[in-house]
Design a protein around this ligand. Sequence first.
Ligand SMILES: *[C@@H]1O[C@H](CO)[C@@H](O)[C@H](O)[C@H]1NC(C)=O
Ligand SMILES: *[C@@H]1O[C@H](CO)[C@@H](O)[C@H](O)[C@H]1NC(C)=O
Ligand SMILES: *[C@@H]1O[C@H](CO)[C@@H](O)[C@H](O)[C@H]1NC(C)=O
Ligand SMILES: *[C@@H]1O[C@H](CO)[C@@H](O)[C@H](O)[C@H]1NC(C)=O
Ligand SMILES: *[C@@H]1O[C@H](CO)[C@@H](O)[C@H](O)[C@H]1NC(C)=O
Ligand SMILES: *[C@@H]1O[C@H](CO)[C@@H](O)[C@H](O)[C@H]1NC(C)=O
Ligand SMILES: *[C@@H]1O[C@H](CO)[C@@H](O)[C@H](O)[C@H]1NC(C)=O
Length: 407
Amino acid sequence: MPLNNAYGQQQQGYTNVDQPYSNQPFTSSAWLEKEQSRGKRSKWIVIGTLVAVVILAAVGIAVGVTVAKSHSGSSTKSGSSSSSPSTVKQDDPNDPSTFQKDDRLVKSFYGIAYTPENSQYPECGNKLEDVITDIQLLSQLTDQIRLYGGDCNQSALVLEAIKQTKVNMSVWLGNYPIPTDPTPYERQRDAIIDAIKTYGTDHVAGVTVGNEYILNWLTSNGADDPNSPIGNVGAQMLLANVTDTRNAIEALNLDKKIPIGTADAGSFFNTELLQNVDFGMSNIHAWFANVSIDQSAGWVNDFFQETNVAVANALPNQPKMFIAETGWPTASKDVGNESNGPSTASEPNLQIFLDTFVCQANKNGTGYFFFEYFDETWKDAQFGGVEGHWGLFYSNRTLKDIKIPTC
Ligand SMILES: *[C@@H]1O[C@H](CO)[C@@H](O)[C@H](O)[C@H]1NC(C)=O
Ligand SMILES: *[C@@H]1O[C@H](CO)[C@@H](O)[C@H](O)[C@H]1NC(C)=O
Ligand SMILES: *[C@@H]1O[C@H](CO)[C@@H](O)[C@H](O)[C@H]1NC(C)=O
Ligand SMILES: *[C@@H]1O[C@H](CO)[C@@H](O)[C@H](O)[C@H]1NC(C)=O
Ligand SMILES: *[C@@H]1O[C@H](CO)[C@@H](O)[C@H](O)[C@H]1NC(C)=O
Ligand SMILES: *[C@@H]1O[C@H](CO)[C@@H](O)[C@H](O)[C@H]1NC(C)=O
Ligand SMILES: *[C@@H]1O[C@H](CO)[C@@H](O)[C@H](O)[C@H]1NC(C)=O
């Protein structure tokens, strides 16, 4: 069921799995989101790309229907998932900084990707007490997290939770603009600026403007090369937002420089855009690329080095590149989507990925954000497949059956 974008063009019905606006018909490929490559730097990329085109054609209709269905029932979605913030005990119930540590948790991760529960505009329903629980847990695993968007007051909630828990945590704030509508960008920019004014910069590591913007832009225009003329048009649109955020932050006259960058699927970085950002964050998922678990950690590293780091280092400004998302799913809503070729979603496989990626990437000096903190029930409902099952924790904030590696 093809959807129409704001330009009236027909497009395939893919939905971006990170899409924070639950009622937006704006779409992209949930499947190849991350790995579809124009780079052709090595043979697995070429294979993945050929397969990608076939999947794009075959899967689009089914996903479109799924999305359409979930929209028709979306009015009941907000607040439907009940959380259990009591998973972390506090010595003083009124002082979140007195939380008790969980000895299964080890601070081994460079960073972790995080979206507070119920932060999908306009169905906001997030709660400070939940975010405090999340920060108490996350701070035992890492000292850096990244957000995807700035809606539903999530920037302030996270910074308030860091303040109350008194943990050593930095956050990469996020703005998730939509190419077809200036309002979401501006709304999130204002919320981010407000949060920085209120909480200062001590716990702000940077601001990411754009999440899979180029991938979405190309997909909705029937294109696939981020450096094609159409890719450059999208890049200039996003660059306007990047520059606007840079100016808004400079106008605050802060004592510290806040880096401004962008995040996209691994093969969708536009060079003109990269030349004008301080950093790039790249989504790299071996599971979507049909890579078996045994080869996944090395594959993610090779992909990142060849497709992202080498390219960025050749630019005059040499933007710092991070892996924005990498991880492994543990389950699928339906058995049929549990495996993607040789990649199988399971907790033992998440364990293998943890054991082969985390400490090795630390040692290699790779900046990465493990995907992700917990299972997201809204994604399971809206997209199905493995989308809602990438967490280290289940959605109820119970640790999965995994052992966190000690580096
Ligand atoms: C956003 O969150 C902060 C921290 O909890 C709170 O002080 C503020 O009132 C919230 N703003 C809105 C508009 O909800
Ligand atoms: C606090 O976190 C920052 C990164 O967010 C890290 O560089 C620093 O080493 C941490 N400090 C301590 C004492 O753990
Ligand atoms: C942000 O980008 C959108 C399109 O993506 C554009 O409509 C809007 O004008 C931009 N806003 C600013 C302030 O740059
Ligand atoms: C770490 O570096 C080694 C040597 O380059 C490489 O073989 C390995 O794949 C890397 N692992 C990760 C997870 O970065
Ligand atoms: C990847 O997995 C899908 C789904 O199982 C399959 O259709 C496709 O042929 C696989 N591709 C490769 C290159 O293994
Ligand atoms: C699940 O698998 C079926 C058959 O391969 C496919 O048509 C469908 O799009 C998949 N759904 C999701 C959400 O992955
Ligand atoms: C949390 O969810 C998991 C997976 O659904 C379940 O096995 C576990 O019993 C739940 N834990 C609690 C405390 O509810």
